[in-house]
Design a protein around this ligand. Structure first.
Ligand code: SF4
Ligand code: SF4
Length: 210
């Protein structure tokens, strides 16, 4: 009999504790964001989908080797190196640079070892796909379109909310890239396309002996 009343007491007490928490949130300030009409607030060091500056990549594989889950795939047709005059990489073609986001943990371990600082964590947080294969982002294909980072499907539609249109434009203008090509988005686009094909490295002539 004692247990019977004790169980009733514990049950009522648990319900009251639960209801107290529920009621507290009923009157708390709402934190729901009407996304995508309203921009989500991202922290400064938020690690979203990468952005990749293919024109500076020397295909050294250091990022792929640092990746703990082996989700970066790099293929090239020959050695590449940075041309000091132009500040971009030349040599063999970048035939593939891809990241499998079904595996990526957004740990950023691939970013630090890059000798030319051309792979970065970006601020695109919203990517979805209809197939497992579509989680593999081919950055070489994006480069052909003049893009450094993938865009969510909904952002490819017209009539975007102002914040999304602005963010999209920043990516189109390469606003996140701060380097020798910062002032010249047209040239960057051209160099991105050039990185997809073989480029001869001009050999400097040895100074003639007087
Ligand atoms: S963020 Fe981490 S898991 Fe993702 S590609 Fe880079 S190293 Fe690999
Ligand atoms: S992104 Fe950087 S580390 Fe990775 S292959 Fe290119 S140059 Fe090397």
């Amino acid at each position: 009999m004692r247990d019977y009343f004790r169980n009733i007491y514990v049950t009522v007490k648990s319900i009251l504790i639960g209801m107290r928490i529920t009621l507290k949130y009923c009157f708390a300030k709402t934190v729901t964001v009407q996304y995508p009409d309203v921009a989500p607030v991202l922290q400064k060091r938020y690690r979203g989908f990468h952005y990749f500056e293919i024109e500076k990549c020397i295909a050294c594989d250091l990022c792929a080797k640092a990746c703990p889950v082996d989700c970066i795939y790099i293929e090239k047709s020959g050695p590449r190196k940075i041309d000091k005059e132009s500040g971009v990489a030349k040599g063999g073609a970048m035939t593939r640079y891809a990241i499998d986001y079904a595996k990526c943990m957004f740990c950023a371990l691939c970013v630090d070892p890059c000798p030319t600082e051309c792979i970065h964590m970006g601020n695109v947080h919203d990517l979805s796909g209809y197939t497992r294969e579509s989680t593999i982002v081919e950055f070489t294909d994006l480069a052909e379109e003049g893009l450094q980072t993938p865009q969510p499907l909904w952002m490819q539609k017209p009539n975007l909310p102002a914040w999304a249109a602005e963010r999209k434009q920043r990516w189109i203008d390469f606003a996140e890239s701060k380097d020798v090509l910062s002032e010249d988005p047209l040239r960057r686009r051209e160099e991105m396309r050039k990185a997809l094909a073989e480029q001869k490295v001009e050999k400097k002539k040895a100074p003639s002996k007087a």
